[in-house]
Design a protein around this ligand. Sequence first.
Ligand code: O7M
Length: 209
Amino acid sequence: MKQLILALDVMDGEKAMEIAKKVAEHVDRIKVNYPLVLSAGVGIMKRLSEIKPVIADFKIADVPYTSSLIARIAFENSAESVIVHGFVGSDTLREVCRVAEEFGGKVYAVTELSSPGGEEFMSAVSLKIVEKAKEAGCHGLIAPSTRIERLREIRKAAGDMEILCPGIGAQKGSIEAVKYADGIIVGRGIYASGNPAEEARKLRRVLKI
Ligand code: O7M
């Protein structure tokens, strides 16, 4: 079954906990990003992980050593996986994967951003990123639901690597992405709606079809 991942980009820890509890029965994992962690503190990941597994989306993009420190902090604070930018190259990808292995965690590499700017530089190298991420031992990839043709090519290059797709909802990505992806990442379409549990339930139903 395809996964539904909640991108919990709110800036209040208590609000985050409240939404997480409301949608818990409909989502598989919760993705946290800088807006939440910089506002509520890194400890929020541990609290959320008691509800659902947490993906630490720090889009790590630094030299190997600094990247390894960021990954370590994420795993020490209960993350089950981390996200790294693919454009950083093999050395950083390998180092983050090495740290993940110590914790039995997973690493997802961003191929090209779902936003229009993702086409300016990243589209030109995203298939190469797939290759490097695979060689480095990454568990999966992040690829756009906003450019289905690119997603299809990324799937072809990725083989059986897991692919998670953001962009459905607020960024007008296509639900057709589920044909090529193992899961979708949805933020505002759930947490900024009047009824997060209902929106999550509807998405879950679509994923079952
Ligand atoms: O549904 P939204 O647009 O409110 O939220 C989408 C989430 O997915 C948000 O947390 C973004 O940071 C993230 N995301 C993208 O929107 N586009 C990308 O290309 C990649 C990501 C992402 O999750 O990267 C790991």
